[in-house]
Every structure is written in structure tokens, then in C-alpha cells.
Design a binder for this molecule. Structure first.
Ligand code: UT7
Length: 342
């Protein structure tokens, strides 16, 4: 376990001007299940079409986990990819945070399952549940642990098997979601406190539980004793998303002392291409500066942002020093944004 003696410690040399600790991304990776399902597959059982799904959501295909493949399996593979990308040993991790709403079991947490599988035996581990905003919430929590000296290196994972909570007779939801996992490794490194620092520069988290009925799962441990199915009033969530995502992105940038014109990349939650375009328009940024994976992944909830970051990095789009703003909204409602320099 980590203690306060690691506060702000880093392999990177401390220079005389460093004032604060920043949570810097040192590794990224992802995993997608092998089974790819194209839009056309849904036309066999539902009154829908590739054209409707494509034009209303931007989704063309998604990955579904195999029957014997669980959220912890996806999370572990993404974690291994991120560790390899960072070139570090799992034993050097101080903490693991997994953002998920589809854990293997009620407990233990997916975080502890990943911890055992990758051999990160010095790390404390837990899950965060904020549905599609889960990864933003997990990153904000990881950042707080690092800047307060409670951890130096944290593995942050978003992993979901939303295919397990789909009602396959509901065409308004089951065509939209997919399975997958992405992971980042954050490390505390010295910063100057200025906007040129690498790492997380600001966070903006929000929730409004009065909108529960717009997006929820109709089962659970303490109520039905079942996992339940996802229920969504899509067009109502859409309305909130367009309004709230640009707001939270702007709030995060303002807290960092930056503005939208400073942004190199928006890495949005991948729910709907029209929401992604609407948010970019509100921030007055062209789509060339947005990482888009929704066509290939569908909506993977808490996994969508780390998947998009990993794909964006693998494609050579995200470069060291780029300013990224990442934003998400989901069930709760819960939403938020993070400004970080890659
Ligand atoms: O990640 C968490 C946050 N979630 C989101 O951000 C999702 C937000 N919402 C959306 O992405 C969009 O609202 C949807 C893609 C879910 C739906 O698009 P929409 O343009 O808002 O359509 P709608 O819900 O208003 O439905 C329009 C029509 C309806 O038919 P009527 O009532 O006009 O006759 C639906 O029954 O489309 C119908 N419809 C479909 N038709 C063919 C709904 N699902 C389908 C379908 N295929 N799969």
C-alpha cells in the first residue's frame, strides 16, 4: 500500500521551478472483443435499418463480448496494453480505479479482480460508477489522489459489457451500445502550475439526480435482485447532452485558465455523432479536431473515452503536449469534463 511518503515522488527529476504535482498520462491501451456486429444484423429481428442507425447515431458496428468473456477480462487486457505502452511493471502501481456500470459481480470490485490478474499487489483498488460519465469521474478521482499525495501511479480503466443489460426487443436502445475497455496510466510528475504543464489541468464534475427517469436500468441488487435492462428516453437525453457537454467542457477550460481556441483535440464520450458534432459546433471547433470512434464501437459507456484516447494515440493523432478536453454525460444524470495536456 502507498503511504504519504510517495507524495509527488516521480522518476522524473524535480527542477527548481516545480511547484505542484500534475497527474500525467504515461501509458494508454485498449481492448475490444473479437465479435463485431454490423448494423444490418439487427434487421433480422427488429423493425430497424442500417440507414436509421447510421443517420440518427453515426454508429455502423459495435463489438460484443463472448458469452464467457466478462468486464474484468476486457479491463485486464486493456490494463496490460496500457502497462506495455508505459513500459512499467504492475508492481509499481499504487492504485487501480475501474469505471464501470456492468461489473462481473455485485462484489468484489472489478478493480480488485484486475489487481490480482495483473499482479499489482501494492495497489489499492476500487470501482467508480457514474455510467457514461464514469471515466471522467474516475480520472478526476485519480487526479485528486495523485495531487494530494495518496498515490503516485494510478491505472484508470473504463470497461463495460453493456450487451448484458440490453433489452433485445427495444430498438430504441439495443442498436446503440457496445462492449470494450480502455485504460490510462497516470503518474505524479512535477509541474509549474502553468497551463503549459503536461497532465490533468482541471476537472469539472456535475450531477442532477432529478433526471433519473431519462436513463436507468430497471433492476438491481436491492430491488429486483436481477441485473435489469437499460431504459432510455433517447431524445430527452439528447437534449440534455447537447446543452450540458459544451457547458462542462467550457467550465473545465475556464478553470484551467484556457479557452476552446487553445484545444488541440476534443475527445468526447462516443454516444451519438450528432451530439459530438453539436458540442464541437458550440465550442467553435472543427470536426478535424475531434476524435471519433462511435462508428466502430457504438456507445461503450465508461469505456468510450479511454477507447477513443487509445485509438487516437495509436493513429498518431494525439501528440505529447497537445491540449485535450474530454467530456461525457450519462445516467443519473451525471456529466463532466477534464482538460489535460497529453
Ligand atoms: O451515453 C449515454 C447518453 N446517451 C445518449 O447520449 C443517447 C442520446 N440520444 C440519442 O442518441 C438519440 O436520441 C437516439 C439515437 C437514441 C434516437 O435518435 P432521435 O433522433 O432522438 O430519435 P427519436 O428517439 O426521437 O425517435 C424517432 C423515431 C421514433 O419513431 P416515431 O415515434 O417518430 O414514429 C422511434 O420510434 O425513430 C424510431 N426509432 C427507430 N426507428 C428505426 C427508434 N429507434 C429506432 C430504430 N430503428 N433502431
Amino acid at each position: 500500500m502507498t503511504d504519504s511518503t510517495v507524495a509527488g515522488a516521480s522518476d522524473a527529476p524535480r527542477d527548481a521551478t516545480s511547484k505542484i504535482t500534475r497527474a500525467v498520462v504515461i501509458g494508454v491501451g485498449h481492448y475490444l472483443p473479437e465479435n463485431v456486429v454490423e448494423n444490418d444484423a439487427f434487421t433480422k429481428t427488429l423493425d430497424t435499418s442500417d440507414e436509421w442507425i447510421r443517420t440518427r447515431s453515426g454508429i455502423e458496428r459495435r463489438h460484443f463480448a463472448a458469452k464467457d468473456e466478462y468486464t474484468s477480462d476486457l479491463a485486464t487486457k486493456a490494463a496490460e496494453a496500457a502497462l506495455a505502452n508505459a513500459g512499467i511493471d504492475a508492481e509499481s502501481l499504487d492504485a487501480i480505479i475501474v469505471a464501470t456500470s456492468t461489473p462481473d459481480f455485485t462484489f468484489p470490485s472489478v478493480g480488485t479482480m484486475v489487481q490480482a490478474r495483473i499482479g499489482a499487489l501494492k495497489a489499492y483498488a476500487f470501482d467508480v460508477q457514474a455510467v457514461c460519465a464514469g471515466f471522467v469521474y474516475a480520472l478526476a478521482n485519480a487526479n485528486a489522489l495523485i495531487v494530494s499525495g495518496q498515490a503516485r501511479r494510478i491505472l484508470v480503466i473504463g470497461a463495460e459489457t453493456f450487451s448484458r443489460i440490453m433489452d433485445w426487443t427495444d430498438r430504441g436502445t439495443c442498436v446503440l451500445f457496445g462492449d470494450g475497455a480502455g485504460a490510462l496510466i497516470l503518474e505524479g510528475q512535477p509541474g509549474t502550475g502553468g497551463t503549459e504543464d503536461r497532465g490533468i489541468l482541471s476537472t469539472d464534475l456535475n450531477a442532477d439526480g432529478r433526471h433519473r427517469e431519462l436513463l436507468f436500468v430497471d433492476g438491481g441488487v436491492s430491488t429486483t435482485g436481477t441485473a435489469g435492462y437499460l431504459r432510455m428516453q433517447g431524445n430527452q437525453v439528447f437534449r440534455h447532452a447537447v446543452e450540458k457537454l459544451a457547458q462542462t467542457a467550457e467550465a473545465a477550460l475556464t478553470k484551467a485558465g484556457l479557452s476552446a481556441s487553445d484545444v488541440d483535440w476534443i475527445v468526447p464520450h462516443q454516444a451519438n455523432i450528432r451530439i459530438i458534432q453539436g458540442t464541437a459546433r458550440k465550442l467553435d471547433l472543427p470536426m478535424e479536431r475531434v476524435i471519433v470512434t462511435v462508428q466502430d464501437h457504438g456507445n461503450t459507456s465508461a469505456a468510450s473515452i479511454p477507447l477513443a484516447l487509445s485509438v487516437g494515440a495509436a493513429e498518431g493523432k494525439l501528440k505529447q503536449g497537445d491540449l485535450i478536453v474530454t467530456e461525457a454525460i450519462g445516467g443519473g444524470l451525471a456529466w463532466g469534463a477534464i482538460a489535460l495536456r497529453w
